[in-house]
Design a protein around this ligand. Sequence first.
Ligand SMILES: Cc1ncc(COP(=O)(O)O)c(C=O)c1O
Length: 450
Amino acid sequence: MGEQVRFLLDESELPTHWYNIVADLPTPPPPPLHPGTREPVGPDDLAALFPPELIAQEVTGDRFVEIPEPVRDVYRQYRPSPLIRARRWERALGTPARIYYKYEGVSPAGSHKTNTSVPQVYYNSINGITKLTTETGAGQWGTALGYACALFGLECEVWQVGTSFDTKPQRRTLIEVFGAKVHRSPSRLTEFGKTLPEDHPGSLGIAISEAVEVAAQDDAIKYSLGSVLNHVLLHQTVIGEEALKQLALAGESGADLVIGCAGGGSNFAGLAFPFLREKLAGNQSPRILAVEPSSCPTLTRGEYRYDFGDAGGMTPLLKMYTLGHDFVPSPIHAGGLRYHAMAPLVSHVVNEGLIDAAALHQSECFEVAVDFARAEGIVAAPESSHALAQARREALAAKENGTEPVIVIGLSGHGLLELGAYDSYLAGHLEDDPLSDEALAAALANVPVV
Ligand SMILES: Cc1ncc(COP(=O)(O)O)c(C=O)c1O
């Protein structure tokens, strides 16, 4: 028999619980603050936007939260996802590193985002909510929410960041196939959208403001967020819980390096937090690394302070690494990594020195993604290519140093609807646009002083 490539878990081994890192952190994360009073927000402050179960998950200190059976039932459509040993890529790189990737592109939306869209829609449905609004960047999150709304019979309205809406029309079609409505953001449908020019490139922060504005005006409509908040990160931990078991199946005693791309921080946290639990418990000692784009370098160049989650200043103030809530990043292809800030929980563990961060240019990421596709046959989402590119750096360093690290990569989605981006890369049209010090200082100037 040849060497094993895929490490698969049976459906019966689907995780029964999500994991909450808060229970194991050496210090508690700072609380969200009310934008008006600047006091810690209570459950009532969030009730206009979220159902009670999600609010409870947002603030819980419990180590594990049970996954409801109707959610597990949908997870079984595509989970457990495979952990794949990148044997062909290892050979192509000539590295002694053992590289594994946890592949979330097998989900119906093509990314990890269904891990949270399904429970979010489920909890809204049992509370009689008939419609959800949301933002989306490249469209992975809009697709995931549209899919989940179709399953549970809810309407869904999506504000998509202008540049992505213009350049990724097939994503919009896919979202519409699942039955949701898509608007270019900024739109003319909201008061906040109307304050901006119609041809504005948009940002995730602007699209969030539009979706929140619509949901806040009607009791039957709630808002759904694809990343950043604690409950979203919680739902994503099925990734890391499965990966831990699969790594053991592969005969590894643990990981030396865990790498994920980070936009709002959810896929990264989903993979990394179960590994961080094991590290804090002294069971393994992986280095854990979040990778972001140089043109939106939240963790590596942002400031750790209270800021709004949206451009319009409607959300609670969250303590996070931020570039400023009205920061508009350059239109790189990894639309899902163009968020101005980072999840409070990811920000907290970076600030505590428990995990590291790196920033890469998109040209290197596409080069590596093409290299990876030619070895492994998988075309990665532009977001995920950031994790691949960092992994290649580490694998080549291992070759240089003569070490044999076990590297686990979060391959958060496929890029089959991002071929326009690959086309630009192959045609030599891709540009790197690192953030200048002047633009960074200007964006940070508008962060509220708390
Ligand atoms: C494939 C993929 N990976 C990563 C991300 C980044 O989001 P997050 O940091 O929440 O995982 C996105 C966001 O849209 C995405 O579509």
